[in-house]
Design a protein around this ligand. Structure first.
Ligand SMILES: Cc1cc2nc3c(=O)[nH]c(=O)nc-3n(C[C@H](O)[C@H](O)[C@H](O)COP(=O)(O)OP(=O)(O)OC[C@H]3O[C@@H](n4cnc5c(N)ncnc54)[C@H](O)[C@@H]3O)c2cc1C
Length: 325
């Protein structure tokens, strides 16, 4: 097997810590949290590989609920990139300690993929802005302390067009919600699901022999393992490029598209090998199946990823595609 080379010793040590934390502090309570919705989240200001470790360990354990990565990857990144010095000083330390939870408000009932179509408006009123509009699907929205909010402006906010505002939240009542992880690093999920399936099919007997002995089982698992390995090598390369500030949006789109499709394919094919038991919530594969479907939609649907890739291909060939999204 191709050995992973992007992580250093300190990342491995950190992974053990995260794994222990997830196993001890999240896994036993995750099902209950899904009913209750927790309000305890946190973030760490280390290099990006530490973030990758947290993400991989959460997926490995099937703990899809905590919205850490919305908070750390998306909100903190927007704040760092576009916030004023005062906003950064006010919010970032609280985000690191977990005192303040951030969310990202872009999607509206009539505008998701087509972000330019948003209708929420910010109108200047003296020193303030009055914001009116509707947002939907906002992960962490039910428990956040502030929202990085996309609005249209009349130009008085500095630029005409879509502008990001940081809006303090009044912490409305809890609602049930499941978070999404936007980054296309789904190879660990596929590998975890494959491990479960190898274990299950080695144990389950059908027609007098172990399910693992059927060629169909072996071929399906071998196919998926191969694709997972290809995905891992490619995404590890993308992570390294990202760390160097060299990740191209087209390669990022390819990683998101390929791993999202593989994620859904793997949980579907593996669930099939669990038979009816795979449909029962007591089995983690059922939960993984439910959690998987969103990855092809949220954070940019796979069609949007394909549009990015195709535009680049035709542009390289000297042909500008007419706008379709
Ligand atoms: C669980 C969950 C969490 C979310 N969290 C957040 C969040 O924290 N913040 C936030 O702002 N949003 C969030 N979203 C919203 C998410 O980003 C949007 O659902 C996503 O961008 C798609 O937008 P839409 O649902 O309006 O679908 P639409 O834009 O209506 O698209 C529907 C489908 O049309 C197809 N399509 C769209 N455009 C094209 C095109 N150009 N070419 C071909 N086909 C196309 C795709 O198949 C797409 O899935 C979340 C959504 C979910 C379900």
């Amino acid at each position: 097997m191709i050995e992973r080379t992007i992580f250093r010793e300190e990342h491995h040590i950190f992974r053990e810590t995260v794994r222990r934390f997830v196993d001890r502090e999240i896994v036993p309570f995750h099902a209950q949290w899904e009913k209750d919705v927790p309000d305890q989240y946190g973030g760490m200001g280390l290099d990006y590989l530490f973030d990758v470790v947290v993400f991989e360990e959460l997926w490995r354990s099937g703990a899809s609920g905590p919205g850490f990565l919305i908070h750390t990857d998306l909100v903190a990144t927007y704040l760092l990139s576009f916030g004023t010095e005062a906003q950064k000083r006010h919010w970032l330390p609280k985000m690191v300690s977990g005192e303040a939870i951030g969310s990202l408000g872009m999607t509206e009932p009539h505008a998701g993929s087509d972000l330019k179509a948003i209708r929420t408006r910010a109108v200047r009123d003296g020193d303030d802005f009055v914001i009116n509009g509707q947002k939907v699907f906002i992960s962490n929205g039910q428990l956040c302390d502030f929202v990085v909010l996309a609005t249209k402006t009349d130009g008085s906010a500095g630029a005409k067009g879509v502008t990001l505002f940081i809006v303090e939240s009044s912490r409305p009542g809890f609602q049930r919600g499941r978070n999404l992880e936007k980054i296309g690093m789904k190879a660990p999920v596929v590998e975890t699901v494959l491990d479960w399936t190898v274990e299950y099919t080695s144990d389950r007997s059908v027609f007098g022999q172990k399910l693992a002995n059927f060629q169909n089982t072996q071929f399906k698992l071998a196919d998926l393992k191969t694709k997972a390995t290809v995905a891992r090598v490619f995404t590890d390369k993308c992570i390294s490029l990202f760390m160097e500030g060299k990740l191209d949006p087209v390669d990022a789109a390819m990683a998101k598209m390929f791993t999202s499709e593989l994620h859904c394919e793997a949980v579907d094919e593996c669930l099939q090998l669990f038979g009816g038991w795979g449909y029962m919530c007591e089995y983690p594969i059922a939960r993984a199946y439910v959690d998987a479907r969103i990855v092809k939609i949220a954070g940019g649907s796979i069609e949007i990823m394909k549009t990015i890739i195709a535009r680049h291909m035709f542009a390289q060939g000297g042909f500008a595609l007419t706008k379709s999204g």
